[in-house]
Ligand binder design. Structure first.
Ligand code: PMV
Length: 359
C-alpha cells in the first residue's frame, strides 16, 4: 500500500473520540544532515530508538464547529500553548491531501515529555511521531481505515517524516533506517524501515546515557542547519560518505563488530559538527565540556578496553553509548569521571517504540 494514501471510508464524520499514545526519541548513528523538497533527506541514516526519553500525547477529536476551518487546542504539560498549537495546525493543514479528514474535526491535543523541556534534548522526533501514531490509530479505530500493523507503521513513518525528518525513525522498535540507500532493500526517502532484525545480540538493549552539558536553546535550529548544507563545500563528499557508512553500519549491526561500530559512530558525530563548522555562516554547537567528555571517553576506552563510545546530536550534549553487558563498569566510570561536566544525566537505552495507552 502507498503509505501516503488515506484509504479510509470517512464514514464516521459525526463521531468523536480520543486516543493516547507514547512515542520515544531516537539517536542517529549515521546522521541525516541536509534535506530537499518536502522533507526528503540528502542521505540515508540509521538510528537506535530510545526508551526513557519520550512524549505522551492524548489526541481527541469532535466534529468541527466550522468545517474546513479546524481548531487545534494544544496543551503542553497541562497549559495551553498557542505557538505549538499553531505549528501543529500548520503541519496538519499543509498535509491535508494525505489527511483528508483533518478539517472535518476540531482537535484537542494534550502532550508532555518524560524528559525536562529545559534539558536541551530535541523533542520533535518523539512529539511528532507520537501525534502521528495517534492520528493513524484514529484512522483505524474511528474512520474506517483497515490497515495491517505493518502498513500502519509505514504510514506513521511517512507522516512523521513530513513533520520532522528524524521522527520518521521513531515509530520502529530498537533500530530504524531512513533514506534510499543502494544495498539496503526497501529503503526509501519517503519513510523509514525497521532495522530491528539486523541487530546482533551484542547490540540488544544498547545503552545511551545522555549527559546534558548545556540546556540552553540552540543558536541554530536543525532546519537552518539542513538548509546550509546546500552551500557547504563538502556536501557531495559527505553525502557519498554517509551512504557508505550507512551500508557498512548495517553489516556491523549484523556482525556485532563493536570496533567498527565505534569508528563509524564517533566519525559520524564529529563529521556532523565539522559540517556545521564549515557552513556559511559557520557555527559551533559543541561546548568545551563536550570535548572534555569526549576525550575522557576515548582515554577510558583505550586504557580499559571497554567498548564505550559517544555520539552527538545537533547540540552540545553527549550521548554515551555502551553494550548492556558492560553496564556496571560504564555506569561507575560515568558517575565518577563524566557526570561533573553536565547538569543532568538521562539514563536511556534502546526501546520498543511507540505504545498505545489507555485513553
Ligand atoms: O529531524 P530534524 O530536522 O530535527 O533533524 C535531525 C538532525 C540530526 O538530529 C542532527 C541527525 C539525525 O539524523 O537525527
Amino acid at each position: 500500500m502507498d503509505p501516503a494514501s488515506y484509504n479510509g471510508r470517512l464514514n464516521a464524520l459525526e463521531s468523536e473520540g480520543k486516543v493516547r499514545w507514547s512515542s520515544p526519541s531516537n539517536i542517529a548513528l549515521t546522521k541525516y544532515w541536509g534535506k530537499h523538497d518536502n522533507q526528503l533527506p540528502r542521505n540515508p541514516s540509521i538510528s537506535f530508538t530510545l526508551s526513557q526519553a519520550k512524549t505522551l500525547s492524548e489526541v481527541a477529536f469532535k466534529p468541527a464547529q466550522r468545517p474546513g476551518e479546524p481548531s487545534v487546542s494544544l496543551f503542553f504539560e497541562g497549559k495551553i500553548n498557542e505557538a505549538f498549537g499553531q505549528r501543529i495546525r500548520g503541519f496538519l493543514l499543509k498535509n491535508k491531501e494525505v489527511l483528508p479528514y483533518i478539517d472535518a474535526f476540531d482537535w484537542s491535543i494534550r502532550t508532555e515529555n518524560t524528559f525536562p523541556h529545559s534539558s536541551g534534548i530535541a523533542s520533535s522526533a518523539s512529539a511528532m511521531s507520537c501525534l502521528v501514531m495517534a492520528l493513524v490509530d484514529i484512522e483505524n479505530q474511528y474512520l474506517g481505515a483497515d490497515r495491517s500493523a505493518e502498513d500502519q507503521l509505514k504510514r506513521a513513518s511517512y507522516l512523521s517524516r513530513l513533520a520532522s525528518g528524524s521522527a520518521s525513525r521513531s515509530v520502529y522498535p530498537n533500530c530504524a533506517e531512513w533514506g534510499h540507500c543502494e544495498g539496503i532493500e526497501g529503503s526509501s526517502d519517503l519513510f523509514a524501515i525497521p532495522g530491528e532484525d539486523w541487530l546482533n545480540e551484542a547490540f540488544v538493549g544498547y545503552h545511551d546515557d545522555i549527559l546534558i552539558v548545556s540546556a540552553e536553546e540552540k543558536e541554530v535550529s536543525s532546519s537552518l542547519g539542513h538548509q546550509m548544507m546546500a552551500t557547504n563545500a563538502y556536501r557531495d563528499i559527505r553525502y557519498r560518505q554517509a551512504n557508505e557508512n550507512t551500508i557498512e553500519l548495517k553489516s556491523v549491526l549484523q556482525s556485532g563488530d563493536l570496533d567498527r561500530f565505534i569508528e563509524i559512530t564517533e566519525g559520524e558525530a564529529l563529521t556532523l559538527h565539522a559540517l556545521m563548522m564549515t557552513s556559511h555562516p559557520s557555527f559551533i554547537l559543541m561546548k568545551p565540556n563536550s570535548l572534555e567528555v569526549i576525550e575522557r571517553i576515548r582515554n577510558f576506552r583505550k586504557e580499559s578496553g571497554v567498548p564505550i563510545c559517544f555520539t552527538l546530536d545537533a547540540g552540545p550534549n553527549v550521548h554515551i553509548l555502551y553494550p548492556d553487558r558492560f553496564a556496571d563498569v560504564c555506569r561507575s566510570f560515568i558517575t565518577s569521571e563524566l557526570q561533573q561536566f553536565g547538569s543532568q544525566l538521562i539514563e536511556d537505552h534502546m526501546g520498543a517504540g511507540p505504545e498505545r495507552l489507555e485513553a
